[in-house]
Design a protein around this ligand. Structure first.
Ligand SMILES: Nc1ncnc2c1ncn2[C@@H]1O[C@H](COP(=O)(O)OP(=O)(O)OP(=O)(O)O)[C@@H](O)[C@H]1O
Ligand SMILES: [Mg+2]
Length: 253
């Protein structure tokens, strides 16, 4: 009785004869193995990139980067609605949405917490989406230090951070407005030229990417603080992309 090797070899000989080609079984095997290796290495690189990106976040307290949806208490209907809106946003971004989102409200209402929960939600899923969290005040301070930096330490930090801001899929710009002013209402002043230049550069990197901005200011106040080019690139005009946080200051609870 013929064995499988002989049958395969006969079939190949027939194919070679009919088609006028030479089939090299050993090379097919090598090629397949090379492809599999390439897929494995790319997958590993992308997973590492996800963690490298998130770990490049600029935040004063690293514990602030730990929040998840499960930690968000929903004792009031407002909080329930805020959580559900944030989960919807995470879902949309997961499916490829690249809009701007605005989380606005008074201090301690959970804006930063839910913005970080979105990033952690995305990070935990089987996706290549890369996320970065940046405190706007720390960014502007770092950029200021870089201007007078003689030893290229802050300059290098700023360069690396801006590369991450440019490349990441989802960016949280935390506490926009606080780097400029702690007042609200009619006392709002425009941001300094320096701050506007930094924000314009960032805004330009972020076209066609998902951006979540948290702020104590209302949309109209941000329009008075920043140049129209920044507003147009970073601030959503869609009411459904805005979460207005209400309730009480959770820092006091
Ligand atoms: N619904 C909530 N459940 C549990 N903890 C919450 C909730 N909302 C806020 N907190 C907690 O309250 C504190 C303040 O929340 P967070 O930093 O998100 O506020 P914020 O709206 O970003 O305030 P700010 O405008 O001052 O930056 C954090 O310790 C956060 O974990
Ligand atoms: Mg905050």
């Amino acid at each position: 009785m013929e064995n499988l090797g002989t049958i395969m070899s006969d079939i190949l000989k027939r194919v070679e004869k009919e088609r006028g080609i030479t089939v090299d079984l050993e090379n097919i095997d090598m090629e397949e193995r090379r492809k599999q290796d390439e897929i494995r290495i790319t997958k590993k690189y992308k997973a590492q990139e996800k963690y490298r990106m998130f770990n490049s976040s600029l935040v004063s307290d690293p514990d602030d980067l730990k929040s998840t949806f499960d930690d968000f208490l929903t004792d009031t209907p407002e909080q329930e609605e805020e959580l559900s809106q944030a989960q919807n946003i995470a879902n949309k971004i997961y499916k490829g949405d690249t809009s701007n989102y605005l989380f606005t409200g008074k201090a301690g209402r959970g804006k930063t917490m839910l913005a970080v929960s979105i990033l952690n939600g995305l990070k935990s899923l089987d996706t290549d989406i890369t996320c970065l969290f940046v405190s706007v005040e720390m960014l502007v301070n770092l950029e200021r230090q870089a201007v007078v930096d003689k030893f290229n330490i802050e300059k290098n930090d700023v360069y690396r951070l801006e590369k991450c801001i440019e490349k990441c899929d989802v960016l949280v710009l935390d506490d926009l407005g606080s780097e400029t002013s702690f007042v609200t209402g009619s006392d709002i002043q425009p941001a300094t030229r320096f701050t506007q230049e930094v924000l314009f550069r960032i805004a330009d990197y972020r076209k066609n990417k998902a951006n979540i901005i948290t702020t104590n200011n209302a949309g109209g106040e941000l329009q008075r603080m920043y140049h129209g080019k920044i507003v147009s690139r970073l601030l959503t005009r869609k009411p459904e992309n805005v979460i207005v946080f209400g309730g009480q200051d959770m820092r006091e609870v």
